[in-house]
Design a protein around this ligand. Sequence first.
Ligand SMILES: Nc1nc2c(c(=O)[nH]1)N[C@H]1C(S)=C(S)[C@@H](COP(=O)(O)O)O[C@H]1N2
Ligand SMILES: [Mo]
Length: 222
Amino acid sequence: MSGSDDATLPPDTKLTRTKEKWAREGKFLTGRHARPDSERLPPGQHIVKDWPVLDLGVVPNIARAHWRLDVTGAIERPVSWNWTEFQAQPQTQEVSDIHCVTTWSRYDNQWQGLATRDLLTKVMPKDDAAFVILTGYDGYTTNLPLDDFAAEDALVAHSWHGEPLSAEHGGPARLVIPHLYFWKSAKWLQKIEFATRDHPGFWEVRGYHNRGDPWNEQRYSE
Ligand SMILES: Nc1nc2c(c(=O)[nH]1)N[C@H]1C(S)=C(S)[C@@H](COP(=O)(O)O)O[C@H]1N2
Ligand SMILES: [Mo]
């Protein structure tokens, strides 16, 4: 499950190596703490109006006709949805802020898709499920505690501001976990796996924090 030996991943780029170096050096850390209810902008962040694109440099082009989303692991009812089946799931709209570990934040993003809470109701995690591992069509992985995945404003989004999510931003569908740094929000979502043990993902094995709470500046592992 660790990204480094996954054959489908592109080789580490200069940017990947630079970000690993920043993690080692603690770049962007301010040492300040804030609470989401008292401060909207987390410490060390600045607001952008445009929406930057960040990924491993390979944009997988998945036609909606060939797209599937597999939900597997420690659940009572595994599913593998095609696009039509995914679109038939309950629809939720959420407006939330993006906080990227590279210090940009973007306010008031309108998302539409399947709320993770509705997904959980469908697939019924087993009692010992405690983690969720996300895999993208580019081979990217990231990990979340089940409680973070289940956040009230978290969703598997297929639209942004009323338009289908663009390929560069993770379309056909991506995860959106607004209360954690944006690297947790896997683009080009292919698989959601429930697990009893944690499996650190692509950035988590390269020096990023395992949880990534922006208000506590959990940018990097110690
Ligand atoms: N599948 C996949 N998801 C990914 C990434 C990636 O490389 N592959 N990069 C992550 C990182 S580090 C960030 S900051 C956000 C960027 O999303 P954006 O390009 O829509 O701004 O996607 C996250 N999700
Ligand atoms: Mo990122």
